[in-house]
Write a protein that binds this ligand. Structure first.
Ligand SMILES: NC(=O)c1ccc[n+]([C@@H]2O[C@H](COP(=O)([O-])OP(=O)(O)OC[C@H]3O[C@@H](n4cnc5c(N)ncnc54)[C@H](OP(=O)(O)O)[C@@H]3O)[C@@H](O)[C@H]2O)c1
Length: 305
């Protein structure tokens, strides 16, 4: 299977060229030709290249300095795609395609041309990043030079998650191969879900005080509706009559059962036969009182505006 690889050398602080586009910091370092992740083995598996304008111009300037363009000999025999927005000098008889815009639309051509070999993103860092953005970058192979540059062309100006696959030393360089961690749809969606859940949790937490605060409001509402119900009941004559009659009957029953016998015996000095007449007259009096009260107009409180 064809891989798309970004193979490059970088300073320790992440620059692939210094601010003057010089690589002098790189070529002065020692490396073993047959050492770890060496160029010869790497390029043997490369079937297509991609580079940006600056890298292409760097090759023109350094490979062909002082030569007549007709004598230029392109150093690669595999097809190369140069991404540029402007017209650039053409190397005669070279398999170079100039393209502009979305790297993803060009990538299938490159993979096709590479056959079962790999696609090498030569540089710069942002171009490699464009392939990564499109999910097309598989590997990053770096030679880290023991130098810091402070400024220059960035190695890979993106946040990309990587797995360290191979690590070692070649001459002065620390070398590593990283696999680009795919951005799988499901885990990403899960992360979004988790984020959403966290946000929802935070919102729920934030809502707790509001729920608590709502409790007194709910109590107040219940009390208010009870009050309104009682008021409505009280102002309804039938309901009021039933309530009053119930109270009157209970009072009468209590009086008849407990108080009247004592009153009749000790105060009136009547026997059980006088007790019935006493209870009947008390009942009639109480019922009349209830009826009178029932017929009174309702005393509804005035509504305030
Ligand atoms: N350390 C190493 O092993 C190593 C390896 C490779 C390169 N280098 C060096 O690193 C430096 C990299 O330069 P750089 O960061 O400027 O990157 P670059 O990719 O070489 O050049 C960037 C330019 O390429 C053009 N470009 C990029 N993407 C494009 C697209 N999708 N469509 C059209 N045009 C596009 C744009 O130029 P225009 O708009 O001007 O056309 C852009 O400004 C160079 O000095 C190079 O020599 C070092």
């Amino acid at each position: 299977m064809s891989l798309t690889q970004y193979y490059t050398a970088t300073s320790l602080d992440g620059f692939i060229a210094d601010p003057e586009n010089s690589l002098s910091w790189l070529f002065t370092r020692r490396q073993e030709q047959d050492g770890l992740l060496n160029y010869d083995e790497f390029i043997a598996d490369v079937g297509a290249l991609a580079m940006g304008t600056t890298t292409y111009e760097w090759i023109l300037d350094h490979e062909f300095a002082g030569q007549d363009p007709a004598e230029w000999t392109w150093p690669y025999d595999v097809p190369c795609w140069v991404f540029a927005h402007r017209e650039l000098p053409v190397v005669p008889n070279a398999r170079i395609e100039f393209r502009s815009g979305d790297v993803a639309t060009v990538h299938p051509e490159m993979v096709d041309a590479a056959g079962n070999r790999n696609v090498w993103i030569v540089g710069g860092g942002d171009l490699a990043g464009q392939f990564a953005d499109a999910g097309l970058l598989d590997e990053l192979i770096v030679y880290v030079a023991p130098v810091t540059l402070g400024a220059g062309a960035p190695l890979l100006p993106r946040r990309i998650e990587l797995d360290l696959v191979e690590l070692g030393r070649n001459g002065d360089f620390a070398c590593a191969r990283f696999a680009v961690v795919d951005a799988p749809v499901a885990p990403d969606a899960a992360v979004v879900d988790i984020d959403a859940a966290v946000v929802a949790g935070i919102r729920a937490d934030a809502a707790v005080p509001r729920v608590d605060a709502a409790v007194p409001r709910a109590d107040a509402a219940v009390v208010a509706s009870l009050r309104a119900g009682l008021h409505a009941a009280w102002t309804h004559r039938t309901v009021r009559a039933v309530l009053l009659a119930t109270i009157a009957m209970n009072t009468l029953f209590f009086t008849y059962q407990h108080m009247l016998p004592v009153f009749a015996r000790d105060v009136l000095a009547v026997g059980p036969e006088g007790l019935g007449a006493l209870a009947a007259s008390a009942s009639i009096g109480a019922t009349l009182t209830v009826l009178l009260l029932t017929l009174l107009p309702a005393t509804a409180p005035r509504r305030s505006r």
